[in-house]
Design a protein around this ligand. Structure first.
Ligand code: SF4
Length: 455
């Protein structure tokens, strides 16, 4: 991994210790830049020479490429490590759906609506597909342009324009060039024309080379020499194992060996996967897409918009691209679950997101409207927080005051997780509330809450 030491960064700083970067000294700033906690350009006094050297040295080995413009723009690449535990993965795999310009205008609009309506809320994030890939199957420039027009009228999602024919591509680009679509794709036969289009319309360019990686590197060098800066690589797809091996090799060459010609994000087409068994065909595209996502694909293009195919991918992506050093958490506070009133039971839990959502759904399943007091445990689960002294009687007592629980309920009874039974006495002492020890497992809340609501 390409990395500067704090001293190498320090040597390029002005060394005046002015503090304008938010750190008391240039040396402290250099340490924070080196560990990725500060952006080196927060120092307003860098010389041009220092700026050039630092941008070169600190640039991620896999180039960051943006597709689209504005709030819907998608960033891919920008990765710095081979394995997630070395740091984190920065930009999630973008999921695209392929639609064909052979479809009627009505059918195109229907498909786009289906793509836009595919959404899932999980752990306080909206998970959804990112891109539309328009395939120029008609090979007809006018028909392709018409389809581009329909997409632009219907959605603001970024677009991948897919055609190996530069004439077809240019008609599409004339309509949406300023929206920075991804041009897919340059090959050894059309590289010059496609590279010219990428430069003219200032768009990222995908390079398709299913042969040896050395041939791909040659095409990358040619495109770069012509002035194309933002590239995306496609190693093709004949066989799952071969493609996976190439994706892994690309990552190692780019990051491990710092070979710049391989340092670009990748695009894959699991939609090209075929199986001899019709019964398995539906599952195969998802299986292939999952494998590519795990092994570094920056974009995966799918054929089917069926929700059961996309949902597992969205959840997998959320898991892979979360920072492993940060526990998923929700905001501490008092949450009303269901149609609560001043007599509703009040339970307490930790702010680890999975704990919160599990407890919330178990309360909902009980159909007993309840308050859930969420204590700040730094994103740890109840068991871990309790063991680590972060889920204590003192913390719960403070949370009762801070979130004004007494103003919401008339009773003075708190239900604590069964795993934390030991703190019940201390909590009663600190709050003068009656403490009931709830179940050890929240799946038992359904029966537990129904029982106490009828007594
Ligand atoms: Fe040093 Fe620049 Fe920070 Fe000032 S702003 S302390 S010169 S790094």
């Amino acid at each position: 991994m390409r990395k500067l030491t704090p001293m190498q960064i320090y040597m390029l700083l002005p060394k005046t210790n002015c503090g304008e970067c938010g750190f008391p000294t240039c040396l402290a700033f250099a340490f924070n830049v080196a560990s990725g906690k500060a952006n080196v350009f927060a120092c307003p006094y860098l010389s041009d020479e220092a700026k050039r050297k630092l941008s070169e040295a600190l640039a991620p080995p896999i180039k960051l490429v943006t597709i689209g413009v504005g709030s819907e723009a998608i960033k891919i690449g920008g990765e710095r490590v081979i394995h997630r535990h070395e740091d984190k993965f920065y930009n999630p795999t973008a999921i695209a759906f392929a639609i064909s310009d052979l479809l009627s205008e009505e059918e195109l609009r229907k498909q786009i609506a289906a793509i836009e309506n595919t959404k899932l809320e999980r752990l306080e994030e909206i998970l959804k597909p990112d891109l539309i890939a328009l395939k120029g199957s008609s090979e007809n420039p006018e028909r392709f342009a018409k389809a581009v027009e329909t997409i632009l009228e219907t959605t603001s999602l970024p677009i991948i324009l897919c055609s190996f024919n530069p004439k077809v591509m240019e008609e599409g680009l004339k309509l949406c060039g300023s929206k920075r679509p991804l041009i897919y794709a340059a090959t050894k036969d059309n590289l010059e024309s496609m590279a010219k289009l990428a430069i003219e319309y200032d768009c990222p360019l995908a390079i398709y080379e299913p042969g040896r990686l050395e041939s791909l590197a040659e095409l990358v060098k040619k495109a770069r020499n012509m002035g194309v800066k933002d590239l995306v690589l496609d190693v093709g797809f004949n066989d799952l194992r071969e493609t996976l091996e190439k994706l892994v090799l690309l990552r190692h060459l780019a990051i491990g060996e710092e070979k710049r010609e391989y340092g670009y994000p990748t695009i894959t087409f699991p939609s090209l996967a075929t199986t001899e068994s019709d019964a398995l065909a539906d599952f195969w595209e998802v299986t292939v897409a999952t494998s590519f996502m795990i092994r570094y694909a920056s974009i995966i293009v799918l054929n089917s918009i069926k929700p059961w195919r996309i949902l597992p991918l969205l959840i997998l992506r959320q898991g892979i691209f979360r920072d492993p050093r940060i526990h998923p958490r929700v905001k501490p506070g008092l949450y009303a679950i269901g149609n609560v009133n001043e007599h509703s039971p009040c339970l307490v839990t930790s702010n680890y997101a999975l704990t919160y959502f599990t407890v919330k759904s178990d309360i909902e399943a009980s159909k007993v409207p309840s308050y859930l007091l969420v204590v700040d445990t730094g994103g740890l689960s109840v068991a871990s927080a309790f063991a680590g002294g972060k889920f204590t009687a003192e913390k719960i007592a403070e949370a009762i005051e801070e979130y004004k629980v007494k103003e919401k309920v008339k009773h003075r009874t708190m239900i604590i997780p069964g795993l934390t039974a030991k703190i019940s006495g201390k909590l009663e002492e600190l709050t003068n509330w009656k403490v009931i020890v709830g179940p050890r497992d929240s799946s038992e809340l359904r029966v537990f809450l129904r029982k106490i609501s009828t007594t």
